[in-house]
Design a protein around this ligand. Structure first.
Ligand SMILES: C[S@@+](CC[C@H](N)C(=O)[O-])C[C@H]1O[C@@H](n2cnc3c(N)ncnc32)[C@H](O)[C@@H]1O
Length: 268
């Protein structure tokens, strides 16, 4: 006999009463654009994610990534003790998100530290994947306003995320004592500065001003698929830069964003 339950994403979980090996999730939304109700099987997701992780692990891209990250860690002499990743996207179905998740898992193993993730679009299937992979799902939408741990380094990973998340992270940690504990892998600040029209610079004040205090290391985009790690850089804030600016540099009004511009998904 089989049991079925419908979750908030309109998927029906079908499980055999005794030993249902795979958790089978069938899209039951009658308005679904797909003419075939494609089942999402967790086992298949895990295989795809594991294949993506192996591909990243064997790549020259990952080798360069680790070389640059090690360079930063050695300069700072503060070990990374937590990884916080926002905006992975649809890890059950999207190739980009699955490879970025592969990188995240590899970094957790390499740095031997816990990983916390959050994306407001995660479905219940994706939350199951996250818990199975032993990642921590953040309880709230912090909108990037997350403070670094002061005894070590926090590694923030925001791949292809709205620039508001990086700007909010900077705003929240806008002091030498916090920024020296932050490393961020996210869309290149340099590129964002170039691409943001002058009339919006006030909203993205922190991304704009960080030019004086950030060291940006572009990770060569030589992965097999060019649209997975493109335009992403490692950013950190060397002591010699953050301790050399005038105290007025650290004034920090809370940023607000033009509603028409932002892709940030807010708590409310
Ligand atoms: C352009 S997509 C990038 C998805 C994926 N990382 C990629 O490279 O294809 C931006 C992601 O940021 C997420 N996002 C938006 N607001 C967010 C928030 N407040 N916290 C975490 N993620 C957020 C979106 O849900 C979306 O998955």
């Amino acid at each position: 006999m089989a049991n079925s339950t419908t979750d908030s994403d309109g998927f029906v979980t079908v499980s055999k009463k005794k030993s249902a090996k795979a958790k089978r999730l069938v899209n039951s939304d009658p308005l679904s654009v797909s003419p075939v109700f494609e089942p999402i099987v967790l086992d298949t997701c895990f295989k795809t994610i594991s294949k993506a992780k192996a591909e990243v692990e064997l790549s020259i891209f990952y080798k360069s990534f680790l070389t640059l990250l090690t360079e930063i860690i050695e300069k700072r002499k503060k070990p990374i003790t937590q990884i916080i990743c926002l905006g992975l996207g649809r890890i059950s179905t999207c190739k980009t998100a699955q490879h970025q998740l592969g990188l995240l898992l590899l970094l957790g193993e390499h740095l031997l530290c816990p990983i916390e993730v959050f994306d407001p679009v995660f479905s219940s299937v994706e939350k199951d994947i996250i818990s199975h992979l032993k990642l921590k799902l953040a309880a709230t939408n912090c909108e990037g306003k997350r403070k670094a741990v002061l005894s070590s380094s926090s590694f923030f990973i925001f791949p292809h995320c709205p620039k508001e998340l990086s700007n909010n992270l900077l705003y929240t940690n806008w002091s030498p004592s916090h920024l020296e504990h932050c490393i961020l892998y996210a869309n290149s600040f340099g590129k964002i500065r170039l691409d943001t029209p002058d009339r919006f610079l006030k909203s993205y004040h922190y991304l704009h001003r960080s030019i004086e205090i950030v060291e940006e290391l572009a990770v060569p985009n030589n992965f097999r698929f060019p649209d997975i790690f493109n335009d992403l850089s490692l950013h950190h804030f060397p002591s010699e830069l953050i301790y050399s600016v005038h105290s007025s540099f650290w004034e920090s009004p809370e940023p607000t964003y033009p509603a028409t511009e932002t892709e940030l998904i807010s708590e409310k």
